[in-house]
Design a protein around this ligand. Structure first.
Ligand SMILES: NC(=O)c1ccc[n+]([C@@H]2O[C@H](COP(=O)([O-])OP(=O)(O)OC[C@H]3O[C@@H](n4cnc5c(N)ncnc54)[C@H](O)[C@@H]3O)[C@@H](O)[C@H]2O)c1
Length: 325
């Protein structure tokens, strides 16, 4: 396909742009010369602090609003001539254990609103963030993009439904929309508060607060952790090249078990105490071993070594949270 135009000088809108990946994407869009970036985030988990540098450029308009509501998106699109939308809005996977229907609904509502706006010509290109969670536990490894989608949570079911929506709107209406499917991301700004936090921030903050780390299940469940800057870099390269209607995994070649990960965090902070054992979470995916053959064939794919990314991340939490282990 003919590459899409460079985003320099264009206007991007990022739903969920005050969150973890979204805020790094906003920073990178600005660094790459975007004329303006519009952020829509209801601050369910995200925070304006994540956008502090971006807002200081004067090139970002932040709307604290709900992308699940079509009317909220309407007035925002009335105020800006948007070229491309990156859909990062979601409620964390763990939320689906508390409020299963709304976790599903958020993932579906936001994309339907965006697809209908795009169908009506309100912007040109849509990059939708799917999740490795749509695959469920591996039936073969490594999981490529044709792996069966077998969600184990309502969060993942909503993500899977959103992917089908993108695919069918592209087929029916010829929209320029594509899907990026990250595996587990880590890095600075990942939410560390409450039960919606990810395993790396939750363990770091627990240790920095003088607490003990927790290990759910036997710890043999594994994940493919990718550094957030690598994900953002890949997404922006894929934006130029990925044909409409296609999906691509964004992952590394590394599998880390949760037990090993917790041990690495303990070692980094010099913690040699007990690890609290907790029962496994229902529906926890056992293994996420991704194939990244497709992404490597499409773009120049550079990955940060896990040890380096993890060290930068743990230093960031130490600087932010303070405390001693
Ligand atoms: N972090 C990961 O490991 C990972 C892995 C795979 C896929 N993804 C996908 O990447 C995207 C970004 O994830 P993240 O890790 O940055 O999550 P995040 O929770 O940090 O960011 C999501 C943002 O969406 C906002 N939001 C929630 N509901 C909203 C609504 N109705 N309207 C507007 N904003 C709303 C939240 O406040 C939050 O800031 C998501 O689509 C997620 O499914 C993330």
């Amino acid at each position: 396909m003919k590459p899409r135009p460079d985003l320099a000088g264009h206007v991007a809108l990022v739903t969920g742009g005050a969150g973890f990946i979204g805020s790094h994407l906003v920073d990178r869009l600005l660094a790459d010369g975007a004329a303006h970036v519009v952020v829509v985030d209801n601050l369910f988990v995200g925070s304006e602090e994540n956008l502090a540098d971006a807002l200081a450029t004067g090139k970002v308009t932040f709307y604290r609003d709900d992308a699940e509501l079509a009317t909220s998106l309407e007035y925002i699109f009335d105020a800006h001539e948007v070229d491309v939308v990156f859909n990062c809005a979601t409620k964390a996977l763990n939320y689906s254990f508390l409020n299963p229907a709304n976790a599903f609904d958020t993932n579906v509502r936001v994309i339907l609103n965006l697809l209908e706006l795009q169908r009506r010509g309100r912007f040109k290109t849509l990059c939708h963030f799917s999740s490795s969670e749509v695959y469920g536990s591996a039936v073969y490894e490594p999981m490529d993009e044709t792996h069966p989608r077998n969600p184990t949570t309502t969060y993942a079911a909503g993500k899977g439904a959103a992917d089908l929506a993108v695919e069918t709107w592209v087929r029916m209406f010829g929209l320029d929309a594509f899907i990026v499917r990250p595996f587990n991301n880590y890095g600075p700004r990942q939410n560390h508060k409450g039960m919606l936090a990810g395993v790396i921030p939750i363990t770091a903050v627990r240790l920095l607060g003088g607490g003990r780390p927790e290990l759910h299940g036997d710890g043999s469940q594994s994940r493919d952790f990718i550094y957030v800057h690598d994900t953002v870099d890949a997404v922006l390269k894929l934006y130029r090249l990925l044909p409409a209607g296609e999906a691509v995994n964004i992952s590394t070649d590394n599998q880390v078990t949760i037990a090993e990960l917790i041990q690495r965090i303990c070692d980094f902070y010099g913690y040699a105490g007990e690890i609290d054992r907790r029962p496994g979470r229902p529906s926890d995916v056992q293994c996420h071993n991704a194939s990244n053959v497709k992404v490597k064939g499409l773009i120049d794919y550079t990955l940060t070594p896990f040890a380096d990314g993890l060290a930068e991340t743990l230093e960031w939490y130490r600087d932010r949270i303070g405390g001693t282990v």
